[in-house]
Design a protein around this ligand. Structure first.
Ligand SMILES: Nc1ncnc2c1ncn2[C@@H]1O[C@H](COP(=O)(O)OP(=O)(O)OP(=O)(O)O)[C@@H](O)[C@H]1O
Ligand SMILES: Cc1ncc(CO)c(N)n1
Length: 268
C-alpha cells in the first residue's frame, strides 16, 4: 500500500477560514498531504480583527494530542498559535513522542494587529519549544522579539536567522520579509548555509493568514520527504501563488487562495 504523507497542525482556529487551523488544513489538502489538527484556542476572528478567544482546556489539548499520536504516524507537524505557558508545557511534553520534522510558526499577533499570545509566554516559546524545532518561521516583528535585536535591513534579517540557530537552538530559521519594503525576500539558515527566497511584492491588502499558509505548505512538503531547502522553495512558490490569487472577501485583510496552485496546474 502507498505510504500516506501525514501532516499535523497544532494551532488556533479562524472561523473566517483564512488563517490558523483552517488555513493549515486547506493547505495540507492542496499540497496532497493527509491533514490532521489539534486545536489550542477557538478564536472568533475575521478579516477585520479578533473579537474573542476561548482557550481549550489543557486536558483536552492533551487528549487531542494523545488521540492522534497513539493511533497514526505523523510524518511532519507544525505549531501556530499557542496562547500561554501552560499550553506550551503540555505540548512540550508530547513533542518527543512525535519523531518527525517540526515547523514552528511563532505566532504572536494577527495580521490585524491583535495579540494572539500572552506577553510572558513569548520567552517560554523561545526557551522551551524552539530547541525542538527543525525550522522556525518568524516574520520581522517575531524575529525581533525572539532575538531581542532590531531588524531594519536584509543584513539584520540574515543575522537573525543565524542567532536563532546558533544562540537559541532552532534547527533552522526562515526570517520572512513580508513586513519589509521592495521584493518579498525570506532568508533561510540551516546551520551551515544561508539561502534566500524572493518574489516580487504583490500589491494587495489580502494577506490574512499568509504566515500560516506558508508554514503549513513547508510542513506538508516535509511530510512528503522533501529536504528542508526544497520544502521551503516549494512553500514559497505555494504562498506566492496564493497571495497573487487572493480574495477580496470581508472588509479587512482578505484571505489567500489555497487552490491557486491547482489553477496554475490546470492552466499549463
Ligand atoms: N505583498 C506580498 N507580496 C508577495 N509576497 C508576500 C507579500 N506579503 C508577504 N509575502 C510573503 O508571504 C510569506 C509570509 O510572510 P509574512 O512576513 O507576511 O508572514 P506573517 O506576517 O507571519 O503572516 P501573517 O499575516 O499570517 O501573520 C513570506 O514568504 C513573505 O515574503
Ligand atoms: C488562529 C490564528 N493563528 C494565526 C494567525 C496569524 O495570521 C491568526 N490570525 N489566527
Amino acid at each position: 500500500m502507498e505510504k500516506v504523507a501525514t501532516a499535523l497542525t497544532i494551532a488556533g482556529t479562524d472561523p473566517s477560514g483564512g488563517a490558523g487551523i483552517q488555513a493549515d488544513l486547506k493547505t495540507f489538502q492542496e499540497v496532497q498531504s493527509y491533514g490532521m489538527s489539534v486545536i489550542t484556542s477557538v478564536v472568533a476572528q475575521n478579516t477585520t480583527g479578533v473579537q474573542a478567544i476561548h482557550h481549550v482546556p489543557l486536558e483536552m489539548i492533551e487528549q487531542q494530542l494523545d488521540a492522534v499520536i497513539s493511533d497514526i504516524p505523523i510524518l511532519a507537524f507544525k505549531t501556530g498559535m499557542i496562547a500561554n505557558i501552560d499550553m506550551m508545557k503540555v505540548i512540550a511534553e508530547k513533542i518527543p513522542q512525535i519523531r518527525a520534522p517540526y515547523v514552528m510558526d511563532p505566532v504572536m499577533v494577527a495580521t490585524s494587529g491583535d495579540a494572539l499570545i500572552e506577553a510572558k509566554a513569548r520567552d517560554f516559546l523561545r526557551e522551551r519549544l524552539l530547541p525542538f524545532t527543525s525550522l522556525v518561521t518568524p516574520n520581522i516583528p517575531e524575529a525581533e522579539f525572539l532575538t531581542g535585536e532590531k531588524i531594519d535591513s536584509t543584513d539584520d534579517m540574515k543575522r537573525a536567522t543565524v542567532v536563532l540557530v546558533e544562540r537559541f537552538g532552532a534547527g533552522a530559521a526562515l526570517v520572512k520579509g513580508g513586513h519589509m519594503e521592495g521584493e518579498a525576500t525570506d532568508f533561510l539558515y540551516d546551520g551551515s548555509s544561508l539561502h534566500s527566497f524572493s518574489s516580487e511584492r504583490i500589491d494587495t491588502k489580502n494577506t490574512h493568514g499568509t504566515g500560516c499558509t506558508y508554514s503549513a505548505a513547508i510542513t506538508a512538503y516535509l511530510s512528503q520527504g522533501l529536504n528542508l531547502y526544497e520544502a521551503v522553495k516549494a512553500g514559497k512558490h505555494f504562498v506566492t501563488a496564493a497571495i497573487a490569487d487572493s480574495f477580496t472577501l470581508g472588509s479587512g485583510h482578505g484571505p489567500t487562495n489555497h487552490w491557486a496552485i491547482r489553477k496554475e496546474k490546470v492552466k499549463q
